[in-house]
Design a protein around this ligand. Structure first.
Ligand code: 6PG
Length: 242
C-alpha cells in the first residue's frame, strides 16, 4: 500500500489527478479502455472539477466507462445523490458518451436497482470477475467505505457483487453498494480522504491493518494496488455542497 499525507489541498488534488491520469494511460495502453468507479461524499468534488478543467483534452472519453461504488437511494437530482455531483462537476463538462455512464437507477425499487446494477457490471465484464482499472473510495468517520458500514452483514458477503443497504450513516437513507467481491478484485484502488478528522482510523489502517479490519470496513479492502492519499486540511467545501 502506498500512503501519502499532503499538507495542502492543492498538492492533494494535483497528485490525485496525476495518479488517475497515469492509471488511465496504463489501462488504455494495455486494454484500450479505462473502467473507473467513483465514490460519493465531499472529498472527490474538487477533484472532479480539476479533472474536468485540466484533463478533458488529454483523455479519450470514448474509451472511459464510469460506474459508482455506491449510491444513496434518492432522486438523481438530489444534493445527496452521488451521481448528481459527479455529473454536475465532471461528466457533464467532458466529452464522455452518455452510454459510457453506468448510473445506479434509484428510480427503480431498491432491490431491483441493486439487481439491475449488478447485471450491468456482469455484462460489462462479459461474465468474468469484474476487475475495474481504478476504484476511487472514501472513508467515513466510522471507518465505512463505499456503503459498507461497521457490523454490516455485507462485510462477509460472498455471492453478490451489489447489494441494498439499510440506512446506516449520514444521510440516513437506504443505499446501494458494491461488495468486496468488486472492490477486492480491482486493479487499483485510490482512497481519498481528509486526515485530521479521521486520523485514528487512517493511522490504524496504515500501522496495524489486521486489528483495523475488526473495526473499520475500509481496512478490509485488499485490491492488487492500493493508494491511500490523505490531506491534512479539510478536503470539502465548508457548509456542505458547492
Ligand atoms: C457515500 C460514500 C462514502 C464516502 C465517505 C467519505 O456515498 O457517502 O461513497 O463511502 O466516500 O463517507 O465521505 P467524505 O469524502 O465526505 O468524507
Amino acid at each position: 500500500m502506498v500512503f501519502k499525507l499532503f499538507e495542502s489541498l492543492e498538492e492533494f488534488l494535483d497528485e490525485s489527478a496525476n495518479l488517475i491520469f497515469k492509471i488511465y494511460k496504463e489501462s488504455i495502453t494495455k486494454y484500450n479502455q479505462f473502467s473507473l468507479m467513483l465514490s460519493g461524499g465531499n472529498t472527490p468534488k474538487p477533484l472532479f472539477e480539476k479533472i474536468a478543467k485540466d484533463y478533458n483534452d488529454k483523455i479519450n472519453w470514448e474509451r472511459v466507462f464510469v460506474f459508482w461504488a455506491d449510491e444513496r437511494y434518492v432522486d438523481k437530482e438530489s444534493d445527496d445523490s452521488n451521481y448528481k455531483w459527479a455529473y454536475k462537476l465532471l461528466l457533464s463538462k467532458v466529452n464522455i458518451p452518455q452510454n459510457n455512464i453506468y448510473r445506479i437507477k434509484t428510480e427503480l425499487p431498491l432491490e431491483k436497482a441493486a439487481e439491475e446494477y449488478e447485471k450491468e457490471i456482469i455484462n460489462f465484464f462479459q461474465g468474468k470477475e469484474p476487475a475495474f482499472d481504478l476504484i476511487l473510495l472514501g472513508i467515513g468517520k466510522d471507518g465505512h467505505t463505499a456503503s459498507l458500514f461497521p457490523n454490516s452483514d455485507l462485510l462477509t458477503e460472498n455471492n453478490r457483487l451489489v447489494a441494498p443497504v439499510s440506512p446506516a450513516g449520514e444521510p440516513y437513507v437506504p443505499r446501494i453498494t458494491v461488495t468486496y467481491k468488486v472492490l477486492n478484485n480491482a486493479k487499483n484502488i485510490l482512497f481519498l480522504s481528509s486526515y485530521n478528522d479521521k486520523k485514528n482510523i487512517i493511522d490504524e489502517i496504515i500501522t496495524n491493518k489486521e486489528k483495523a479490519k475488526e473495526k473499520y470496513p475500509a481496512a478490509r479492502v485488499e485490491a492488487r494496488r492500493i493508494y491511500f492519499f490523505s490531506c491534512q486540511l479539510p478536503t470539502a467545501p465548508r457548509g456542505g455542497g458547492l
